[in-house]
Every structure is written in C-alpha cells, then in structure tokens.
Design a binder for this molecule. Structure first.
Ligand code: FES
Length: 97
C-alpha cells in the first residue's frame, strides 16, 4: 500500500452529519451514510441495506448526497434519502423519525 490519499479522502474526512441535534463525522472511507451513523451510535433503521426496502428512509434537510450505484429501487419522496446506499457530497443535516 502506498498510503497515497485522494482528494475525495481529504474532503470526506471533514464532512459531518447533523442528526436530531447531534453531529457525527462522516467516515473518511465512507461506503454509505448509514455506516457513519451506526459507527457513531446513532439509532437507525435498516433491513436490506441495498436500496430495496426503504426502511432506512430519512429526511434530508440540508446538503447534497449521491447514489454511487445508481438510483435506488425503493420509493423516496422529495427531501428523502436512503442512507444505506448513498454517500455525502457535502456535510448534511438529516432527521430520523
Ligand atoms: S435498508 Fe433497505 S433501502 Fe435502506
């Protein structure tokens, strides 16, 4: 391993998630937002962890995300995201019911 980091590593290591009055760091090697929430001990809901069931659905109040493997199959309304299969482009603010 060369230890070489990419620009993406530098950006994501500074990103955060504000959720229900708590702020947690996004893991530098984030696979998805759900992993960062779980790592920080935030109570979340999940089942398929692959964009099919919609159980992990949360409200995105601020910030930008993307789905690296394409749009998920589960229904997502306006301002909703599926943390199990999306990655943060910016720091984000979400609400978990
Ligand atoms: S856990 Fe099933 S869509 Fe996220």
């Amino acid at each position: 391993m060369t230890g070489k980091s990419t620009d993406n590593d530098d950006i994501t290591s500074k990103l955060s998630i504000s959720v229900n009055e708590q702020t947690v760091a996004i893991l530098p090697d984030q696979k998805n937002i759900l992993e960062s929430l779980e790592y920080a001990g935030v109570e979340t809901h999940s089942h398929c962890r692959d964009g099919f069931c919609g159980v992990c659905r949360v409200t995105l109040c601020h910030g930008e995300i993307y789905y690296p493997n394409g749009e998920p199959l589960a229904y997502v309304g306006d301002n909703e995201i599926l943390p199990c299969c999306c990655v943060a482009k910016t720091s984000i603010v979400i609400e978990i019911d």
